[in-house]
Write a protein that binds this ligand. Structure first.
Ligand code: FES
Length: 120
């Protein structure tokens, strides 16, 4: 960490948003990291690390997308832990979280921010 270093965001184009079936995820390689990118029925796009911390398998993109008490979540396809799509936090185990990436859709293309060390 060096003081005064500006954080620059690297945006990686993943795919056209319409190629992600609503309420499902796809896996993308973002600066060498596997990222699970989800598109919800409302058109919002979310990106979390693809590695399931509980099973150690890179499977989060195949998780089940849903809603828990108003929180958009994805459940791991292995042991079914739920993670907040907005923050990556595990809802049942606050000590565990997936890395969360910022996303944007620009001219129909999904962009995912590479990890910056500091999440907003
Ligand atoms: S185990 Fe269900 S929310 Fe984390």
């Amino acid at each position: 960490m060096s003081a005064g270093t500006e954080v620059t965001t690297t945006w990686v184009a993943v795919c056209p948003a319409e190629q992600i079936v609503p309420e499902t995820g796809v896996c993308a390689l973002v600066e060498g990291e596997q990222v699970a990118v989800f598109r919800l029925a409302d058109g919002s796009v979310w990106a979390l690390g693809n590695l399931d911390p509980f099973s150690g398998a890179s499977v989060m993109a195949r998780g089940i997308v849903g809603d828990r008490a108003g929180v958009p979540v994805v459940a791991s396809p292995v042991y079914k832990q739920c993670f907040d799509l907005r923050t990556g936090a595990c809802l049942d185990d606050p000590s565990v979280a997936l890395p969360a990436h910022r996303t944007e859709v620009v001219e129909g293309v999904v962009l995912v921010a590479a990890q910056e060390g500091m999440a907003t």
